[in-house]
Design a protein. Structure first.
Ligand SMILES: [Zn+2]
Length: 113
């Protein structure tokens, strides 16, 4: 199974080949949507790629802190992570991934659509 290079959902037939631009040291990338493909190509054109985080990507990660804190507060701040149930861990992961995807899909002046 192949995953979207932006949001890590299952790819759905959208792709980008750096070889088409003369770049030979990067692999083809796959995407779930035109929105994620456009974001990736904007990052690629700016030379940002996905290796070194841009300010936008760092801000997207930062935006996960509040939902993460709210989820942990709901579970119980005194409860150690090692005592979380499987469902609580999965909920925490879903909250963080959803917050990150939402932030990435908003785009930024750094990455114009
Ligand atoms: Zn995607």
């Amino acid at each position: 199974m192949t995953w979207c290079a932006i949001c890590l959902r299952k790819e759905r037939g959208f792709g980008f080949s750096p070889r088409m631009t003369g770049t030979r040291n990067l692999q083809d990338a796959h995407f779930c949507s035109m929105r994620c493909l456009n974001l990736y190509t904007a990052l690629f054109r700016k030379g940002g790629g996905m290796i070194d985080m841009t300010d936008f990507e760092r801000a997207a990660i930062y935006s996960c802190l509040k939902p993460l804190g709210e989820c942990v507060a709901e579970i119980g701040v005194d409860k150690p992570l090692s005592s979380y149930s499987k469902e609580q861990v999965l909920t925490l992961i879903e909250v963080i991934v959803t917050a990150w995807q939402d932030a990435m899909r908003k785009g930024s002046p750094e990455i114009p659509f």
